[in-house]
Design a protein around this ligand. Structure first.
Ligand code: HEC
Length: 302
């Protein structure tokens, strides 16, 4: 009797576990398609992105050597992975789940499609469908420019976006912009992504205590989320908006990796004495051995 209940419970638990693993993709994402055709260039770029961002978890495509996480990262060539529509794959890359990170802020929209184009190269029966030109038009523009400026009173950074649309250079409304500050290693997202208003302007709140260089300069980079429609446009500007911070160069102070001239005299002296002492001892021992050898030779000749 208890056994029966137990197996029933087990079945319920297993089915719960399985249903928990279904990754629901909203209908509008499911049908999204890449605006450009996948070709050798996109697959090559996608391969580079895959090996830097994905291989550590998902393993070598087709080799089933993903790292054992729960839930496991599917192999890129597996039926589970290839069963996704292009749009579903894009959605999962943007949203992430559990150990699968979100790549919303780390990969541009174009780069996401490039990775997907690489993943598709492991599916011989894949036929690409491209987003119709009319769906992409309307929101797109050419020669897009981003200009960054500092609104001192409110400590905000303003991005002004303009581009050529319907043959006229004009401010671009409704474009989502992300602002990053360059740090020692990589970029830090400043504030939430913002959408431009009717004048093509978006305003970011800037933290008051962000360290800059010794004069307070902070290198800012702004980019558009939808770089598929607007092109891979970036602004790269340095503004004096950080807290001036003095960072000593790595070779300034005494350290293990530094040059000899930074070492203290006592260390140089004792090091030199130790080296000469050790070699002197070795040479002394060798001379003694030679003397013994010679003394032995003399006796035999007697
Ligand atoms: C830190 C480890 C990790 C990294 C890095 C990672 N993934 Fe994942 N990925 C996972 C895990 C774990 C899952 C399963 C998540 C789940 O089912 O809840 C997953 C699931 C996925 C899925 C959904 C598969 C499905 O169930 O339909 C896709 C698509 C995917 N990863 C693509 C990528 C790509 C492309 C990259 C690189 C840009 C990447 N992943 C980087 C761990 C990772």
């Amino acid at each position: 009797m208890i056994k029966r209940y137990f197996s029933l419970l087990l079945i319920v638990l297993i089915s719960l576990r399985l249903s928990a693993q279904v990754w629901v993709v909203p209908a509008e994402n499911e049908t999204r398609k890449s605006p450009f055709a996948f070709d050798d260039a996109s697959r090559k770029a996608g391969s580079d992105l895959y090996y830097t961002n994905c291989k550590s978890c998902h393993g070598e495509p087709g080799k089933n050597n993903a790292i054992p996480l729960v839930p496991p990262p599917p192999d890129m060539a597996s039926a589970k992975m290839q069963g996704n529509s292009d749009g579903a794959m894009q959605y999962k890359l943007i949203s992430g789940r559990g150990p699968m990170p979100s790549f919303k802020n780390t990969l541009s929209a174009t780069d996401l499609w490039r990775v997907i184009s690489f993943v598709r190269s492991f599916n011989p029966s894949y036929k690409q469908e491209i987003a119709s030109a009319s769906a992409a038009a309307g929101t797109s523009a050419q020669n897009v420019k981003i200009v960054l400026s500092w609104l001192k009173e409110t400590n905000q950074v303003q991005a002004s976006i303009s581009g050529v649309k319907d043959k006229v250079n004009q401010p671009l409304a409704g474009a989502e912009v992300k602002l990053f500050a360059k740090r020692y290693f990589g970029y830090l997202l400043v504030d939430e992504p913002r959408t431009t208003d009717a004048l093509g302007k978006a305003v970011f709140n800037f933290p008051k205590d962000l360290p800059g260089d010794s004069t307070g300069y902070v290198q800012l980079v702004a980019s558009l989320t939808n770089d598929v429609a607007f092109g891979e446009t970036k602004a790269d500007t340095s503004l004096v908006i950080g807290v001036p911070t003095y960072r000593p160069p790595l070779t300034e102070k005494r350290a293990m990796w530094n040059v000899v001239s930074k070492a203290p005299i006592w260390l140089l002296l004792s090091y030199t004495i130790a080296v000469f002492g050790a070699w002197g001892f070795i040479i002394y021992v060798l001379l003694q051995i030679r003397a013994i050898y010679r003394a032995g030779g003399r006796k035999e000749n007697d």
